[in-house]
Design a protein around this ligand. Sequence first.
Ligand code: SAH
Ligand code: SF4
Ligand code: F3S
Length: 449
Amino acid sequence: MRYKIVTYGCQMNVHESEKIAGLLEGMGGVPCGEGESADVIVFNTCCIRGNAERRALGNIGVVKAEKKKNPDLVIAVVGCMTQQSGTAEMVKERYPYVDIVLGTRNIFDLPSEIEKVRASRAAVKKRSDKRYRAFRTEFAEDYLTLDEAAPVARTSFPNAWVNIIYGCNNFCTYCIVPYVRGRELSRPASAVLDEVKRAVDEGYGEITLLGQNVNSYGHDLAGGESFEKLLREIGRIEGKFRVRFMTSHPKDLTDGVIAAMAESDRIAKNIHLPVQSGSDKVLKDMNRRYTRDRYFSLIEKLRAAMPDIGITTDVMVGFPTETEADFEDTLDLVRRVRFSNAFTFIYSPRKGTPAAAMPQLPYAEKRARIGELIKLQNSITKELSEDYVGGVYEVLAEDVSPKHPGMLCGRTESGRLATFPGEREMIGRFVNVRITEARSASLFGTVEE
Ligand code: SAH
Ligand code: SF4
Ligand code: F3S
């Protein structure tokens, strides 16, 4: 059984695809090679913005031809998109050749559903009229237990993704995630620590802790668990490795977490702290539950504790109540904070969320705002990049450079991408790179022995 997994969306989904791979390999599957035809195709979808959804649906449309060539092909659609109300039904109607739709918290049923599809097809060939299709998106009660028991086939060496908390309780008014991922569920600390230890023993140099809001880790567990405590415990694990985490919500980032980061040399001096907007009014309408002053004070604390910290963010433009003056406040915040990088998004109405029911801004306005924002951030990123030139930084060699043959790439502790000449064998090793050139967001250099 050759399988192919097509992944959309965030790191959470990238890691979930590693779990799906683990499940498929558990039933004898092997990854489909270049140019081979697959027996099972799984679309692991995202619905954070309209275009993420359109991309997935477009590609699900394209496999119709493949299914015609190979009627035995099993097609499954899973992930966030399927969990929106009405989507499973829509897929059933518009893409009748899709065999299986599963949601975010019943994914562990994938192997048994595949078996059922195959068994019913075998029965059809024996002239019975049995046919099986599964469209199920209910949340499994024992999700955490099933999750701990499931195998993972990692594909991101030397980076190991480790979930610490699932779901989200925050209900930012623009966001679909709480609806499609359900309420927060923290993994037991012992399970997280075991997984980190195992990955470090296997040679993974970088551990990325994943959660929609890592700072709310533990509030649903007994025994006073917290993200700060978890970070400190991970920091005590033996071995050479670096820890990153995402995402941090500004409302829950505590002084304790900042101290834990500063005190451990295993925790990378790097944080992704989505601000979304620089206007207090818009932040309030978004239900973010912090102010721009609170955000500035967090940045100050982080930089006071870790002067070289790399801080990245997410910024959204075109939220329904955003005026030109609000947008100016966002530009002002971006100018003052000087993020090393920012992911910028045009607000996209998501059905069923409060913001989608508000009067919307014209697209042209949103487009103009994001253009201005990107221009500003690019100039800041470029300026900050220049500061690296001449310095020597410890970089984990992560992969061959996708754009520069004969070169490797990896990130500095602060999270900046560096590209340098090197052999494939070096992947997974920490090397010291002298930065010789900065090109906007990318740094170039050579390895120092
Ligand atoms: N849990 C994370 C964010 C996950 S979604 C957090 O709270 O920080 C990643 C980013 O997508 C968000 O930070 C936001 O900037 C963007 N996003 C979420 N919903 C969006 C929408 N409806 N339209 C445009 N961007 C959105
Ligand atoms: Fe969405 Fe807000 Fe939850 Fe992040 S914290 S996943 S933006 S609701
Ligand atoms: Fe997308 Fe789901 Fe992640 S909606 S951004 S894949 S949590």
